[in-house]
Ligand binder design. Structure first.
Ligand code: SF4
Length: 347
């Protein structure tokens, strides 16, 4: 039988039924699986022997197992996670402001086809989509690691390897399980999906009714600079992407966040800050400015550099002076290759 992390209530009920077992075992079995994985003791329910075995095997035999763990001086932990076919992805656990909380970063694909020029994952190319169960197993791994460190996994973001909108079917299934009270227990409001601006994916996510948070990686206020950094910039323009983000916000009531990675001499000028502020005028979106973790030459061969602290502060002030809600996110775990794709590159 298929591993329990691959199942929703409906698919498990169908599989049980096809195997001559009672489909009504589906809910209690999944509840037991997630509760036992969360360390809530032993199973207090009795199932037929075949299902007891499935429960035990699903807990012992992971779809995703920990291949490497690197912990930075700031407490950020980066994991290399190996899937059952030997392929690896990266996940990150970041300590929260509260000492008992943590935030997790999940991958949605093995590698990535998007080819963003400043990203280490892009250099390795795309291998395959993760299944919904593999995504759920990453989440469960992060939850166990957080618990082992005395923290609760409070939020997750799809900002690891891959473009979630290009594997949206499996990402949606995984979100449903991570969010469900009977399974992961996280709730949709604690889950963020990040995209480089795949407009049809934004529309589909809005229509799904999942009501998760959306983050858009803009990285430039104009199509020309954007096309240099992100190949999607040639397919979807800034105005079109922000229009889709507006509709997402209207459909879900959730403010969209704009991710903007500052690159020295590329997208960090005062004029670009003003252009970004003009674009966001009248929109209830907030900007997260990111410090770049250098990766050496990008796909095009260009070597990007991080901006200085003073330049980042200047860009931030300019946005704020123009009425934009913006924050500068500290770069996490630079001493452990925390930029997406770096750890896997070196493994
Ligand atoms: S930044 Fe994200 S979307 Fe772009 S290549 Fe890297 S993993 Fe893919």
């Amino acid at each position: 039988m298929t591993d329990l992390s691959e199942h929703s209530l409906a698919t498990l009920a169908a599989e049980l039924s096809a195997g001559g077992l009672r489909p009504s075992h589906s809910g209690p079995l999944l509840r037991s699986y997630y509760r036992m994985d969360a360390g809530s003791g032993s199973n207090d329910r009795r199932f037929p022997a075949e299902l007891e075995r499935l429960l035990r095997e699903s807990i012992e035999r992971r779809l995703a197992s920990l291949a490497a763990r690197h912990v930075a001086s700031d407490g950020t932990a980066k994991f290399l996670i190996r899937m059952s076919d030997g392929r690896t992805v990266e996940s990150v656990l970041m300590p929260g402001h509260r000492t008992d909380r943590a935030a997790g970063c999940l991958s949605s694909q093995v590698g990535c086809a998007m080819g963003c020029d400043f990203c280490a994952t892009a250099k390795a190319g795309f291998e395959r989509n993760l299944t919904s169960g593999e995504i759920v197993d990453q989440f469960l791994t992060l939850r166990r690691e957080a618990r082992a460190g005395g923290r609760r996994l409070q939020t997750v973001v799809f900002m690891g390897m891959g473009e979630p909108m290009l594997n949206l079917g499996n990402v949606r299934l995984a979100i449903e399980r991570m969010a469900s009270n009977d399974m992961g227990g996280l709730g949709c409001g604690r889950i963020t999906v990040s995209t480089v601006g795949i407009v049809p994916g934004i529309e589909e996510l809005a229509a799904s009714g999942l009501n998760v948070n959306l983050a858009v990686s803009l990285h430039a206020p104009d199509d020309r600079t954007r096309a240099r950094l992100l190949p999607t910039g040639r397919r979807f323009g800034v105005v079109e992407i922000l229009g889709a983000a507006d509709r997402y916000q209207a459909a879900t009531g959730r403010p969209v966040s704009i991710q903007y990675c500052l690159l020295k001499g590329v997208n960090d000028s005062v004029e670009q800050a003003d252009d970004l502020a003009r674009l966001l005028k009248g929109r209830r979106m907030h900007v997260n400015l990111l410090r770049y973790n250098p990766i050496g030459p990008g796909l095009s061969g260009e070597v990007y550099e991080a901006v200085s602290g003073a330049a980042a502060d200047c860009f931030l002030s300019r946005l704020r002076d123009n009425g934009v809600v913006a924050h500068l996110r500290q770069s996490r775990g630079p001493d452990i290759d925390a930029a997406c794709g770096q750890l896997r590159q070196r493994a």
